[in-house]
Ligand binder design. Structure first.
Ligand code: ADP
Ligand code: NA
Length: 328
C-alpha cells in the first residue's frame, strides 16, 4: 500500500469535548479512507500532570469509544492506546538526547502550563512532553499530522529533531508536514470565548462533552456568555455569539451569512435554543454508539489489542533502525 501516513492523538485528560470533535475528530473521520491512519489515545501524555488512576483508565476507554462512535472504522484505521506500544517510551528517551534543553524551554505550551503550577509540581515529564510527541509521530514515519493551531510549535520541533537525527546519521525519519485546520475550526469556551474550549478547563460550563445529555447541553447553552448587543451578528466584538455561529455552521454546513440572516429580528434566547437543539441532534447517534460501546468492553478490548499489534509492527521497524544508528 502506498497511501500517505497520518498520525494523530488526543489526551484522555477527560472525556472529549465538542471542540475535539468539530476541530479534529470529524476531520480524522473524513481522512480515514484516503490515508493510512494511526489514531492514538495518548495516555502517557496525560500523566504529565497528576491524574487519578481510575479516572485515567475510565477516560482512556471513553476516548477510544468516542473515536469509534464518531465514525472511525477500526478495520480501516489503526486505533490504539499509546502505553500499549512501548516503542513510544523507548524512542522518546533516545530523542530526549537529541532535543535541547533550550529548545524545550521555548515551547509555549510548557510555559503556559508550568506558569499555572507550583515550582515543585512541574514534572520533568511536563518539560519533555514534546519529545514524546515527536516520538509518537516519527515512529510511524507520518507524512501528515492533523492538529490544531495550538500544536504548530510541537510540529516544528518534530521536524527539527527529525532533520537533526537524519543529518547526524543518515536518512531515518520522514519529515512530517503539519496539517492544520483553518480558522473557525477552533471552538471556543462557552464561558470565556477568547480562549479555546478544553476538557482540562476547571469550569464545566465552559465546554460541551460528547457525552453530555440533552438537558445538560440546553443548560450550558443558556448559560453561554454573549454580550449586551442583543443582535445575532458575526464579528470580533461579539466573540460568544461568533463562536455559537461557528458551531452552528460546522454542524449544519450553512454559511455564517446564512445563519446571521435567518436570525434577523430574533433574540439570543431563540438562537441559543436552536444551537442547543442542533448540537443535541448531531450528538444523538454518537451517544447511542458510545453507550453501546461502553457496555461492550470485550469489543473495545478486541479493538485496542488489534490496534496495538498493528501499531507495534510499524513502530518496531523504525525503533530498530534508530537503535542501530545510535550504537545499541
Ligand atoms: P484538550 O485541550 O481538549 O485537552 P487535546 O490537547 O487533547 O485537547 O487536543 C486533541 C485534538 O483536538 C488536537 O488536534 C487539538 O488541536 C484539537 N482541539 C482541542 N481543543 C479544540 C478546540 N477547542 N477547537 C478545535 N480543536 C480542538
Ligand atoms: Na490539552
Amino acid at each position: 500500500e502506498n497511501k500517505k501516513v497520518i498520525f494523530s492523538g488526543m489526551q484522555p485528560s477527560g472525556s472529549l469535548t465538542l471542540g475535539n470533535y468539530l476541530g479534529a475528530l470529524k476531520n480524522w473521520v473524513k481522512l480515514q479512507s484516503e490515508y493510512d491512519c494511526y489514531y492514538c489515545v495518548v495516555d502517557m501524555h496525560a500523566i504529565t500532570v497528576p491524574k487519578e488512576p481510575k479516572d485515567l483508565r475510565k477516560n482512556t476507554f471513553e476516548v477510544l469509544a468516542n473515536y469509534i462512535a464518531a465514525g472511525l472504522d477500526p478495520e480501516q484505521v489503526t486505533l490504539f492506546i499509546q502505553s500499549h506500544v512501548s516503542a513510544h517510551a523507548e524512542l522518546a528517551w533516545i530523542l530526549n538526547c537529541f532535543a535541547y534543553y533550550g529548545e524545550l524551554g521555548r515551547m509555549t505550551q510548557f510555559k503556559d502550563k508550568s506558569k499555572k503550577l507550583d515550582n515543585n509540581a512541574i514534572t520533568a515529564g511536563l518539560f519533555t512532553y514534546p519529545t514524546l510527541m515527536v516520538a509518537d509521530i516519527l515512529l510511524y514515519q507520518a507524512d501528515l499530522v492533523p492538529v490544531g493551531e495550538d500544536q504548530r510549535q510541537h510540529l516544528e520541533l518534530t521536524r527539527d529533531v527529525a532533520a537533526r537525527f537524519n543529518n547526524r546519521f543518515s536518512e531515518t525519519f520522514k519529515i512530517p508536514e503539519p496539517f492544520i485546520s483553518k480558522e473557525g475550526a477552533k471552538i471556543m469556551s462557552l464561558q470565556e470565548p477568547q480562549s479555546k474550549m478544553s476538557k482540562s478547563d476547571s469550569n464545566d460550563n465552559s465546554y460541551i462533552l460528547l457525552m453530555d445529555d440533552a438537558d445538560t447541553i440546553r443548560r450550558k447553552l443558556k448559560r453561554a456568555v454573549t454580550d449586551s448587543e442583543g443582535v445575532v451578528r458575526y464579528n470580533e466584538n461579539q466573540l460568544g455569539v461568533k463562536n455559537l455561529i461557528n458551531i452552528y455552521s460546522k454542524i449544519t454546513n450553512k454559511t455564517t451569512d446564512e445563519i446571521v440572516s435567518s436570525y434577523d429580528g430574533k433574540g439570543y434566547a431563540e438562537f441559543k435554543n436552536d444551537v442547543a437543539e442542533i448540537i443535541i441532534e448531531e450528538l444523538r447517534p454518537i451517544q447511542e454508539k458510545i453507550d453501546y460501546l461502553l457496555k461492550n468492553k470485550d469489543y473495545l478490548e478486541k479493538i485496542y489489542i488489534m490496534g496495538a499489534e498493528k501499531a507495534e509492527n510499524k513502530a518496531r521497524k523504525t525503533l530498530r533502525k534508530v537503535q542501530k544508528k545510535v550504537g545499541f
